[in-house]
Design a protein around this ligand. Structure first.
Ligand SMILES: C[S@@+](CC[C@H](N)C(=O)[O-])C[C@H]1O[C@@H](n2cnc3c(N)ncnc32)[C@H](O)[C@@H]1O
Length: 331
């Protein structure tokens, strides 16, 4: 039995080392150091081994620790928390999910949405709190090209351009919008808002302020986010969309959470209900999408691919919407 525990701990340690090297590096020195420390900490690894595999993720552990401690953890406080309040920590990790809602991803989606025939009816699957449903309310600054949003109090999303991008003069007209999520977060519930803010990593510039401003925007007129599974409940939400609008189903940072063997089923469902399907996901996640040219340099990391209808890659984008590179021939 002891060797099995050692194997399990080694596997979890590798997940944390990979997270440190490939996800936190360059974004959050504090979480890079914390993930490396967890990888070498027998007590925290033992605690993680008591959880189901899908609940051992660094993002979930660090957000739960931040929620309980009231501040981002370091390894000493994390080890202490896992020892003294293992039940509270595991209870929170079992009850919650990684549902980071990054409004700046709207800066990636906007140029593709603006090319469609208005008015638009939007369905976002994996919408979390619905902050990425408010594409028309935010303002934008694409390296000096400014677009005024429909809510003058909403934040301005800044996005660097890497080459020419087909930018609109104004946001598209949105006639209707709805989200679908396994576990919708409610922007009007303080506890959900606190969880959302705990999911932001320390050291990531203005993300916390942007999140707070986007939540304030959503609270003025909250978008509907329905509880359900994108694999089974999309047709019911689509049936509520008004006639006479272009029905767009989209998602960002969601399909990685769906088992690879089930993604084709989702693709078939979307094609059956949507006029247009937009995906903004990591490479290799959307089934059947042709490969795209790799990142232009090491600073582009593993970019997201913005694609239409599961067939046509449109652009490469930072996973958090900070830069956008349109692919040749797609403007
Ligand atoms: C990382 S968040 C992304 C939120 C938002 N799309 C964004 O870009 O900011 C992923 C969301 O997908 C949801 N999700 C994962 N699997 C799902 C499924 N099978 N059906 C519906 N929602 C799902 C999660 O609950 C979570 O809120």
């Amino acid at each position: 039995m002891a060797w099995r525990g050692r194997d399990q701990a080694a596997g979890i340690a590798e997940v944390y080392r990979t997270f440190a090297r490939h996800e936190a590096r360059g974004r959050s020195p504090a979480y890079q150091a914390l993930a490396e420390a967890v990888a070498g900490d027998a007590a925290v690894l033992r605690f993680l081994g008591t959880l189901p595999p899908e609940k051992r993720q660094p993002n979930l552990l660090f957000a739960a620790a931040r929620y309980l401690l009231g501040a981002p953890a370091d390894i000493t406080r994390l080890r202490d928390l896992a020892r003294r309040n293992a039940a509270g920590l595991s209870g929170l990790m079992l009850a919650r999910r990684t549902q980071t809602n990054e409004p700046a991803r709207c800066a990636t989606l906007l140029p593709a949405l603006a090319q469609l025939t208005p008015p638009l009816a939007l369905i976002e699957v994996g919408a979390s709190a619905g902050l990425t449903l408010l594409v028309d309310r935010y303002s934008y600054d694409y390296a000096g090209h400014r677009i005024a949003g429909r809510d003058p109090r909403a934040p301005t999303l800044r996005c660097a351009l890497r080459g020419p991008v087909p930018l609109p003069a104004q946001p598209p007209v949105i006639a209707w919008r709805a989200g679908l999520d396994l576990s919708p977060l409610d922007v009007c519930r303080d506890d959900d808002v606190r969880w959302l803010s705990c999911l932001v990593w320390p050291g990531e510039g203005d993300r916390e302020q942007r999140l707070a401003a986007a939540i304030a925007t959503a609270r003025r007129d909250p978008p509907a986010v329905h509880r359900g599974d994108l694999l089974t409940d999309l047709p019911a939400v689509a049936a509520r969309a008004p006639a006479g609008a272009t029905l767009v189903v989209y998602h960002s940072a969601v399909l990685a959470y769906v088992a690879p063997g089930l993604r084709q089923r989702f693709a078939d469902t979307v094609r059956g209900v949507a006029d247009v399907w937009l995906s903004n996901e990591g490479p290799g996640v959307v089934p059947g999408l042709p490969p795209v040219p790799g990142p232009a340099g090491p600073d582009e990391g593993d970019p997201f691919v913005l694609a239409r209808d599961g067939r046509t890659p449109l652009a490469l984008a930072d996973g958090h919407g900070t830069w956008l590179r349109w692919l040749p021939g797609q403007a």
